[in-house]
Design a protein around this ligand. Structure first.
Ligand SMILES: O=P(O)(O)OC[C@H]1O[C@H](O)[C@H](O)[C@@H](O)[C@@H]1O
Length: 292
């Protein structure tokens, strides 16, 4: 184990560890998000009662060439190693622009962030595109919407995800709602399997793409649950690196795997094809239920 891993006092980044330049937006009821322009990355989501629901690693380097570990990485235009681009594409390491920060008529907070192609992105992905991430939040709900517009004159294809790290006591958590779904198991030669259990409990490394997830999933935890709904994105990815993966990932504390599960809204199995001038939109919505 590296020295920095041994020295990490806690898996979860404390507020005072966060960079000073994060954008903080607050809803009328006190619900709050913190966002980095690096990656257009949601780093923190607190419901109106002050409870944090996203995991953010205490070992983030916050370097401009590194993706932020935790929160909600935006994956575009390639999920994982599904093509020739760097793993998970480039949106998570580019500098996004803040387009709008406001409080809506119903008191919800709202942020819009954008990313467009430039000379660097065109070297990897030779297309004109505009991404917009729209976050709205209030009470116990966060709605994250990703739109992709083809601004060129040729069609292009992409895979993408909102790679959400949900804070969880993994040993005492279960994911409900996957029964009957087919999935592709990245840890077993990408074999296609079918879920037959009503509850998924995580007790080992897991890396699966579940296909055609059109009903909400529920991450059940002691005392509360998070309902994860999605639209536009056809697939949902469940990932937890467990002991071996946490040890191998430099910016994740050794016990990191005990504190989060990624439930990702993703378009992976079938790349999205966008004609010139067209737009695609997908969302993930998180709602906390039960006492926190
Ligand atoms: O370590 P990263 O590049 O952020 O990727 C983290 C993980 O993302 C997704 O969940 C993939 O399905 C995993 O295969 C991958 O390991």
């Amino acid at each position: 184990m590296s020295e920095s891993k041994q020295q990490a006092q806690a898996s979860q980044a404390a507020d005072h560890d966060l960079p000073a330049d994060l954008i903080v937006a607050t809803a009328a009821d006190g619900a709050q998000v913190k966002v980095a322009l690096h990656g257009g990355h949601l780093c923190s989501w607190r419901t109106a009662d002050g409870a944090e629901h996203l995991f953010l690693s205490a070992l983030n380097t916050w370097r401009s060439d590194a993706a932020i570990r935790g929160g909600m990485p935006v994956i575009f235009p390639q999920f994982a190693g599904e093509g020739a681009l760097p793993k998970h594409g480039f949106a998570r390491v580019r500098e996004w622009t803040l387009l709008e920060s406001s409080v809506l008529a119903d008191g919800a907070g709202m942020l819009r962030l954008g990313l467009s192609d430039d000379a660097e992105t065109r070297k990897l992905f030779p297309h004109a595109f505009a991404l917009e991430l729209r976050l709205s939040f209030g009470g116990r709900t966060l709605h994250a919407e990703l739109s992709v517009t083809n601004r060129g004159d040729q069609p292009f294809q992409f895979t993408c995800a909102l790679h959400t790290y949900l804070q969880a006591q993994v040993a005492q958590s279960a994911i409900l709602g996957l029964q009957g779904h087919q999935y592709r198991d990245a840890l077993d030669q990408r074999r296609i399997k079918v879920v037959d259990e009503a509850e998924l409990r995580i007790s080992a490394e897991i890396d699966r793409v579940y296909f055609q997830v059109d009903q909400p999933l529920t991450l059940q935890q002691p005392g509360h649950a998070i309902v994860v709904a999605q639209g536009g994105f056809a697939d949902a990815v469940v990932w937890n690196p467990w002991v071996g993966g946490s040890a191998a990932i430099a910016d994740l504390p050794a016990d990191g795997y005990q504190h989060f599960v990624c439930i990702e809204a993703a378009a992976v199995a079938r790349p999205v094809a966008l004609a010139a001038g067209d737009s695609w939109l997908g969302f993930q919505q998180l709602t906390v239920t039960g006492p926190v």
